[in-house]
Ligand binder design. Structure first.
Ligand code: GAL
Length: 426
């Protein structure tokens, strides 16, 4: 998958394209949720933990202000990256019991849901709100099929970040974070001599999050993109070598079963030197943990990915059969609004999806993030773990193969399994 940066940041669809877009359709979808007249809305996400809940709470507060008397049901299911939430959601959708709006990632994850006919076309909301011009066209393309748009993006997150505690690095005699994965492995030896692990890694999705960024930093953007569109051979020597590097990093790390917050806490505490995580971690460290950027924590691009934005975008939908459609629409309007985005994103640790945000609200790490995101020479690629580059069926196969790899550490076998699964699910 190749995402031109200009494509992502470019202007919205023109008026001519808009004029030809058909309106909303609710025919023949087999979803039979019974509409209700109650003044309430149920919104489903995985934002309940520290660093995730605060941003959502700010958006909910503003929604309540804009929609007095509407009861808000926060149906968040805990668990980073939505692995648990997705399971609950799948059951609800199968039982024709959808929430009024649910979170999903722009990209192939959204495409899978759209193709599975779970979502309403909300082009009419874009037309009424004049939203097309307010979001990057390339981003809206990731939520569009056959000219119909199916979700509202609230943010842009960056996944390829290396977090560290600058005071601890100095204490351990390390002058700068590594710029390549080999350099990180070299530092791991120095650190081991001091009884410190080079990296803190948590539960499976955080391991795969690290893996995608080792692949990115080792292969470069072009070959990384090719992993997702079939033009890079998963079984090629360079990919297998990158997987071997990942294996070595895992072997030199503290590998736990925790979610991302306790995993990055180890870096703050100094039991491990680094953590590769998305910038929701900056929201957490700055907010819930009350740490100061540059002094208590610092962050650089993950090794080998300076100038690259491994992006993902959280978006909200209108599922077919939503019981409180009117208030779900009000929620989507809140998500799309400049006020909502500028309340949510500074707390969430993300930059706004909208093009017209108030830059003064983005400070510390986020001032840098916004600058990088808007820099014309930044190269944008998409995240595997966070829904951008692989459809749900292939991603599930990759997760299955990863489970085996984690046990047997056979890079070639893993690469072969991912390659075969691509052919079967593309
Ligand atoms: C991502 C999501 C982010 C953040 C992260 C950790 O998938 O897009 O907003 O919540 O998971 O939970």
């Amino acid at each position: 998958m190749q995402i031109g940066r200009r494509q992502l940041l470019g202007a919205g669809l023109g008026a001519t394209a808009l004029a030809t877009l058909p309106g909303c359709s609710d025919q023949g979808n087999g979803n039979s949720g019974t509409p209700s007249t109650e003044k309430k809305v149920e919104v489903f996400s995985w934002w309940s933990g520290p660093g995730e809940g605060e941003g959502l709470a700010a958006l909910i507060d503003d929604f309540k202000k804009q929609n007095p008397g509407v009861e808000f049901i926060n149906a968040a299911v805990a668990g980073g990256s939505g692995t648990q939430a997705r399971q609950v959601l799948t059951t609800r959708l199968l039982n024709n019991d959808p929430p009024d709006s649910y979170q999903l990632h722009a990209g192939q994850e959204a495409a899978s849901d759209i193709k599975a006919d779970k979502l309403e076309d909300i082009t009419y909301l874009y037309q009424a709100g004049g939203w097309n011009a307010q979001f990057p066209k390339g981003l809206l393309d990731k939520l569009t099929i056959d000219g119909k748009i199916y979700a509202v993006p609230v943010n842009i997150h960056r996944s390829n970040l290396l977090f560290f505690n600058p005071k601890k690095l100095t204490e351990w005699g390390i002058s700068a974070p590594p710029k390549t994965w080999d350099e990180l492995l070299a530092q791991s030896k120095t650190l081991a001599g001091k009884g410190v692990k080079v990296m803190s890694v948590g539960t499976t999705w955080t391991q795969m999050h690290l893996m995608e960024n080792v692949l990115l930093g080792s292969l470069g953007t072009q070959k990384y993109n090719g992993l997702w569109d079939g033009t890079t051979d998963w079984s090629g020597d360079d990919v297998v070598k990158a997987l071997d590097t990942f294996k070595q990093i895992l072997a030199a790390s503290v590998v736990g079963t925790d979610d991302w917050q306790p995993t990055i806490d180890k870096v703050v505490a100094g039991t491990a030197a680094y953590n590769v995580m998305g910038d929701w971690a900056a929201g957490y460290l700055q907010g819930a943990k009350k740490l100061a950027y540059k002094t208590d924590y610092d962050v650089v691009a993950a090794p080998g990915s300076t100038g690259v934005y491994n992006f993902l975008a959280d978006s909200f939908t209108l599922p077919k059969g939503a019981k409180h459609k009117q208030y779900a629409e009000a929620w989507l309007k809140e998500c799309a609004s400049p006020t909502g985005q500028d309340l949510f994103n500074p707390l969430k640790g993300s930059v706004p999806a909208r093009l017209d945000s108030d830059k003064s609200k983005y400070k510390d790490y986020l001032a840098w993030a916004l600058q990088e995101w808007q820099n014309p020479s930044t190269v944008v690629v998409g995240s595997l773990v966070h829904g951008v580059v692989a459809n749900n069926a292939w991603k599930a196969e990759i997760e299955k193969a990863y489970g085996v790899f984690f046990q047997d550490k056979d890079s070639k076998k893993f690469a072969g399994a991912v390659k075969a699964a691509y052919a079967a699910n593309k």
